[in-house]
Design a protein around this ligand. Sequence first.
Ligand code: ADP
Ligand code: ZN
Length: 615
Amino acid sequence: MYYYKVAIVASPLDLLSYHSHQELQKGSVVSVVLNNKERTAVVINEVEKPPFETLEIASLKDEYFSAKQLQLANFISSYYICSLGDALSLQRAFQKAPLKSTNISSEALTSKIELSKRQEEALAFAKQHPVSLLFGDTGSGKTEIYMEFFHQLLREGKKAIFLMPEISLTPQMSKRLEEHFGEHFVMWHSKLTPLQKKKALQKIDDGTAKIIAGARSCLFLPVEDLGLIVVDEEHDESYKSASRPRYNARDLAIYMGHLYGAHVLLGSATPSLTSYVKFPHIRLKGGHIAAKREFVFLRESEGVSESILRELKERVEKKEQSILFVPTRANFKHLLCASCGHTFTCAFCSVGMSLHLKHNALKCHYCNFTQAIPKSCPECSGDELVSSRVGTAEALKVVQEYIPEAKVEQFDRDAITTAKKLREALERFNNREIDILVGTQMLSKGHDYHDVTFAAILGMDNLLSQGDYRAREKALSLLIQVAGRSGRAKDAKVLVQSFNEEFFRPYLENYEAFLEEEKFFREELYPPFKKLCRVLFAHKKEQKAHEEMRQMEDALRRFGDVEIVGAKKCAIERVAGKYRFEILLRADKSTALIKAVRSCKTKLAEVDMDPLDFV
Ligand code: ADP
Ligand code: ZN
């Protein structure tokens, strides 16, 4: 008889013991019975016969996790403080079915790309370093460098993973990859249909796929002979998972590079301070096509100003295209009573409800709770309700009223709900069927609009005034990213409605100057010089969440190398009916945080290592 410790996939439980008549390999995927339910589990190691009764492993599946996959799961489990079963649930196992021996097509092997001298230097730089940062302005030709690198790897018989934020997975990008790599390229992301998923997996399992592109989850597909991981737009926050385990795909890519002996290439026009400090970089300045951007600041606060409207109208008359960036969705972010100041907050969350005029509704952007727009104030019966913080829907309305002949479209999560809608909107814009795109963050990500000559940017001051240590970095990089969507072929004007010109101006063409200064601001206090960990407690009963926080806080006090920065109510006290408390921890080394948190963690505690979100 053989005895094994197994990890139950997607369970927070520790390893459990089972027995088998048959000898099993580490990493084998099996079925076991737990509490009368059949569960998928993974064989972790063989053990001596335990002193208690064990159940038999019910069946052996046709899948396995490789030694490297198990090592990655171990790392995730220890660094992000979760069970091995949770860490394994992120990854997809290998199939035992034999690989197809595919000949690589000649088009995928040979490259038609002719890199510029500077691009050649950048590629050579990336090949010299295990991890490097390609710090290149938008349009400077980063993607071309990745493509050339992929071609070269294919010739060496290796594979590559190409990570990008979900929203940059545009049809344009697919087309570009398809042209270069044909059937040896697959796209992997959450919006694939079941059939598309099945086809993609087949190509991965039988080895046809050599270039695997996708959002953060594509890091966990079963791949051997990995030679390169590219993390495009490496500064993007969507690489961080918002659910257990709260991993950061960029950081895991670096770990995996080490594990597989593969290169890791991070790319961004506005790299994170962390990557800038930690890894060697090479700078590509200016666009591959030389177009200029003129920045103008407008000291006005709310709404779409007259100057913006005039500029937009002028472009429409000249048949040129514009983008208008607004940080929030809906018509307005807040609604309040003019006489008593009562604000309309969600019944389940301690946040203001957003005003959606199209649906005649107030909607909570945290839990989706919706109610009809009230006619009067429930506190004082006053009937003058005022709204503030213009959102996309309202900006669109204002623009359309001012320029009735313009074709204006909304580009945010309310309007672009499917991959098809995204594809179609981008197609319409690039075919010039749209004059003005009004959108949120979605506008800023990776899309290649050919011909935008005017960009207007609202709401930067709100972003800058957030109490987050990364507020400056977030606001500036967003501004540069949105501006970078204009002036790709022709010169463009960028109008920023903000009172903070003194902050933004010096860095617009010089992001490295910002990074150098930001280093001093962060030293001694914040990442990358210190490590942070946030522990969240959420419960329907306020008392319960509060007590667990206090209990863990007390236990943490005996760790001299971990500083308790705060233990308090979260900035947003309640979400979806649950009261929220947090402990924020700081240390010089992650090992100190991991040790302390692991030994003091209470049942309710949700660990967020290297947190990016502080609400
Ligand atoms: P980035 O990824 O840095 O935003 P891209 O790689 O998309 O930049 O390049 C911007 C534009 O310049 C694209 O249209 C691309 O095809 C073109 N381009 C970049 N490098 C070259 C090159 N070496 N030869 C021809 N065209 C290039
Ligand atoms: Zn809510």
